[in-house]
Design a binder for this molecule. Structure first.
Ligand SMILES: Cc1cc2nc3c(=O)[nH]c(=O)nc-3n(C[C@H](O)[C@H](O)[C@H](O)COP(=O)(O)OP(=O)(O)OC[C@H]3O[C@@H](n4cnc5c(N)ncnc54)[C@H](O)[C@@H]3O)c2cc1C
Ligand code: FES
Length: 269
C-alpha cells in the first residue's frame, strides 16, 4: 500500500457538471495534490467558505481521475455537507483541500489480469484504478452495478475504454438483472469471467456490497482489495473517529490513515 505526504492547498474549481440527478463531477486544479496522488487516495475538502461557519468539518472524496495538476472528484449530494459543497464548487472559486490522504490500492504487475468491481459511486476510485491499469497496458475487466439504469452516468466513456465492461442493475433495467456479486457468479458459471486465480481483484461500493463480494471470494479461497467508507473527521489519523476492527486479531485500524484501501483478509467491515 502506498502512502506519502499530504498538502493543504487552495484548489481552483475548473468545472462542475451534474452527471446524473444529485451526482456531480468536479475538476479542480492543485499545486501538488494531483501529481503526488496514487489510485485509491482521497481528499478531505472544507465544505464551507468564509461566508459559512457550519459545518466546520471537511468531507472526504476519492480522487477519480488525474490529468497533470488537475484532478476529478465525483460526489453524491446526500446531506448538508455535500449540498454546501455543490454551492462552493463553482468554476473560478477556490476550495480548501487536504490531500492526497490515506493508502492507495496496492498496484500489481502484469502477471495477472485485473478485475475491478464497482457498486454505485464506488466507480469513483475504480475509475482512477482502471485508468492506471489501462496506461500500464494491463488487461482489465470492470463490473459496475447500480440499482437502476438511471443511476449510471458517463457510460459512453467506459464503453470506449480498452476494457471488458459488464453492467448490472438490481431491477434489470440495463445489463444483467441482479447485483454485482450475482453478476460475477453468473459470469463465472458461463465462463465469460474465468477462474478467479487469473485476476487481482478490487471491490469498491456500499459496505454490504463489498462485504458480499469479499465473503464470497474468501469462501472460495481468494481475496480482494476493498476501499472502506466510514464517517470521518480529521482524515489524518488524529481523532480515531474512523476505526474498524481487525479481522484476524484484536485491535483496530484507522480507515483514513491505514486505509481506506485494505486487503479484505485484514478488516472486519
Ligand atoms: C475515504 C472516503 C472516500 C469517499 N469518496 C466518496 C466519493 O468519491 N464520492 C461520494 O459521493 N462520496 C464519497 N465518500 C462519502 C462522502 O464523504 C459522504 O457522502 C459525505 O461526507 C456526506 O456528507 P454530507 O454532510 O452531505 O452528509 P451527512 O448529512 O453527513 O450524511 C448524509 C448521509 O450520508 C452518510 N454518510 C455521511 N458521511 C459518510 C461517509 N464518510 N461515508 C459513508 N456515508 C456517509 C450518513 O450516514 C447519512 O446517511 C467517501 C467517504 C470516505 C470515507
Ligand atoms: S478521521 Fe480522524 S482518525 Fe480517521
Amino acid at each position: 500500500m502506498i502512502t506519502g505526504n499530504y498538502y493543504e492547498e487552495q484548489n481552483r474549481v475548473i468545472s462542475i457538471k451534474e452527471v446524473r440527478n444529485h451526482v456531480f463531477s468536479v475538476w479542480l486544479e492543485s499545486d501538488k495534490i494531483a501529481e503526488t496522488s496514487v489510485a485509491g487516495q482521497f481528499i478531505n475538502v472544507q465544505v464551507g467558505d468564509s461566508e459559512f461557519i457550519e459545518p466546520v468539518l471537511r468531507r472526504p472524496f476519492a480522487i477519480a481521475s488525474v490529468e497533470g495538476k488537475k484532478y476529478e472528484i465525483i460526489f453524491h449530494e446526500v446531506g448538508r455537507g455535500t449540498e454546501m459543497l455543490k454551492k462552493l464548487l463553482q468554476p473560478g472559486k477556490f476550495a480548501s483541500v487536504l490531500g492526497p490522504l490515506g493508502n492507495g490500492f496496492d498496484l500489481k504487475g502484469s502477471d495477472k489480469e485485473k478485475l475491478l468491481i464497482a457498486g454505485g459511486l464506488g466507480i469513483a476510485p475504480i475509475k482512477r484504478l482502471m485508468e492506471k491499469y489501462i496506461s500500464m497496458g494491463i488487461k482489465t475487466t470492470v463490473i459496475w452495478g447500480n440499482r437502476d439504469k438511471s443511476d449510471f452516468f458517463d457510460l459512453d466513456y467506459y464503453m470506449n475504454q480498452d476494457i471488458m465492461l459488464f453492467i448490472s442493475s438490481d431491477n434489470g433495467s440495463i445489463g444483467f438483472e441482479g447485483n454485482v456479486l450475482e453478476m460475477l457468479q453468473s459470469e463465472i458459471r458461463n465462463s465469460r469471467i474465468e477462474t478467479m486465480d487469473k485476476y487481482d481483484i478490487y471491490a469498491v461500493g456500499p459496505t454490504p456490497m463489498m462485504r458480499g463480494v469479499a465473503e464470497y471470494l474468501l469462501s472460495e479461497g481468494f481475496s480482494c482489495q476493498v476501499s472502506l467508507e466510514t464517517p470521518m473527521a480529521c482524515g489524518i489519523g488524529v481523532c480515531q473517529g474512523c476505526a474498524v476492527d481487525k479481522r484476524k486479531e484484536p485491535g483496530y485500524l484507522l480507515v483514513c490513515k491505514d486505509g481506506p484501501v485494505f486487503d479484505a483478509t485484514d478488516v472486519k467491515f
